[in-house]
Design a protein around this ligand. Structure first.
Ligand code: HEC
Length: 293
C-alpha cells in the first residue's frame, strides 16, 4: 500500500490529540458568551479575547494535522470528505471569529462564534464516526435512544450468535465472523479498511486487500491473514497490531481450522467434522461468548 513519509504520518497522528484543545476552547467561549447575556453573569466573557486568540491558531494547526492524517488512507471516503471540509470550515470560522473580535465587531463576532460552534459539532461527530465506526455512540445505547442515534437494531457484533448447539452453527457466520467483528472490524470494516481489506462479510474476506488474497482455502502457508496472526506480537505485520486486543488461542485456532477446512461459507460445524481438539476449542469460544453476554 502506498504510504506517505513517516514524518507526515507522525505529525498527522497529533490530530486526534490536539483536536480536543480548540474544541474545548470554542465550546467554553460559546458558553461564556451565552452566560454573559444574563445580567448576573455579564462579565463572563471578559477573557473572550484571550480564549479566541488561543483557539484560532490551534484550530488551524489541528486542521493541518488532520489533512496530513487523511493521507494515511483507509478511511470511508465520503465520511472523510465531509469531515475534512467541515473541519477546514471550522478552522476558517475560528480565525474569522478572532478577527471580528479584534476589529471590535462584537455582534458579528458572536454570530460567527455560534455558527462555528455548530459546524464544529457536526465535524466532531463525523470525526468520531471515522475513527470508531458510525455506530460507535449508538451501539450500546438503550433501545429508543439507539433508534434516535441512528443505530441499527442488529445483533451485537463480537458475540457468537445463539450457539446453544454449536455443532449446528455455520462455521463462518457463527464462529469466524464474530471473531473478526470483535478484534478486526475497527480497522477492517465499513468505516476504515486498512490495507484495503474488509473483514465484515464472507465475500469481503474472500476478496482480500491491497496485497491480494487474504486467505487461500486449505493453504495456510499462502494465507497472509493467518501468517500475520501467527507472527510475534511485536512484528510490524502482526495482526491485530501490538497494543490492540489480541486474539485468544482459541480464536486463532478456530480461524486456522476454518482455513484448513477450505474457508467454507455456509457449512455447519458438524458438516466439517471437527476433531476432538477443535471441538474443545469451539466450546471454549462458546464459553467466552457466554461470559461476554
Ligand atoms: C488497529 C487497527 C487494526 C486492527 C485491529 C487489525 N488490523 Fe489488519 N491491518 C491494519 C493496517 C494498518 C494494515 C495495513 C498495513 C499493513 O499491511 O501492515 C492491515 C493489514 C492487514 C492485512 C493485509 C491486507 C492487505 O492485503 O494488504 C491482513 C490480512 C490483516 N490486516 C488482517 C487482520 C486481522 C485478521 C485482524 C483481526 C484479527 C486485523 N487485521 C486487525 C490495521 C489493523
Amino acid at each position: 500500500m502506498h504510504q506517505p513519509p513517516e514524518i507526515i504520518l507522525f505529525v498527522g497522528r497529533l490530530h486526534p490529540l490536539l483536536v480536543h484543545l480548540p474544541i474545548g476552547m470554542l465550546c467554553l467561549l460559546a458558553a461564556l458568551e451565552l452566560a454573559a447575556w444574563m445580567p448576573r453573569f455579564q462579565k463572563a466573557n471578559a477573557s473572550a479575547g484571550y480564549i479566541i486568540a488561543l483557539a484560532a491558531p490551534l484550530a488551524v494547526v489541528t486542521a493541518g494535522c488532520g489533512w496530513l492524517l487523511s493521507l494515511s488512507g483507509g478511511y470511508d471516503p465520503s465520511l472523510l470528505a465531509w469531515h475534512k471540509w467541515l473541519g477546514t470550515i471550522t478552522a476558517i470560522g475560528a480565525v474569522a471569529t478572532a478577527l471580528l473580535y479584534r476589529w471590535r465587531k462584537f455582534n458579528s463576532y458572536r454570530v460567527s462564534l455560534f455558527v462555528t460552534a455548530a459546524i464544529l459539532a457536526a465535524t466532531g461527530h463525523l470525526g468520531g464516526s471515522l475513527t470508531h465506526g458510525s455506530d460507535y455512540l449508538s451501539r450500546y445505547a438503550p433501545g429508543p435512544l439507539k433508534w434516535m442515534l441512528g443505530g441499527s437494531p442488529q445483533v451485537l457484533p463480537g458475540k457468537v450468535q445463539s450457539t446453544k448447539n454449536i455443532k449446528q452453527s455455520p462455521v463462518f457466520a457463527g464462529i469466524v465472523l464474530p471473531i473478526f467483528q470483535n478484534k478486526c472490524i475497527n480497522c477492517h470494516g465499513p468505516a476504515k479498511s486498512k490495507g484495503g481489506l474488509r473483514l465484515d462479510s464472507y465475500s469481503a474476506v474472500m476478496q482480500g486487500g491491497d496485497d491480494g488474497l487474504a486467505v487461500k482455502p486449505v493453504d495456510l502457508a499462502d494465507s497472509p491473514l493467518w501468517q500475520r496472526i501467527q507472527l510475534p506480537v511485536d512484528a510490524d505485520d502482526h495482526m491485530p497490531p501490538g497494543g490492540k486486543p489480541q486474539l485468544t488461542a482459541a480464536e486463532a485456532a478456530a480461524i486456522k481450522w476454518w482455513i484448513e477446512t477450505g474457508t467454507r461459507d455456509t457449512n455447519t460445524v458438524a458438516e466439517l467434522k471437527p476433531s476432538p481438539n477443535i471441538s474443545q476449542v469451539l466450546s471454549e469460544l462458546e464459553g467466552q461468548a457466554a461470559k461476554a453476554n
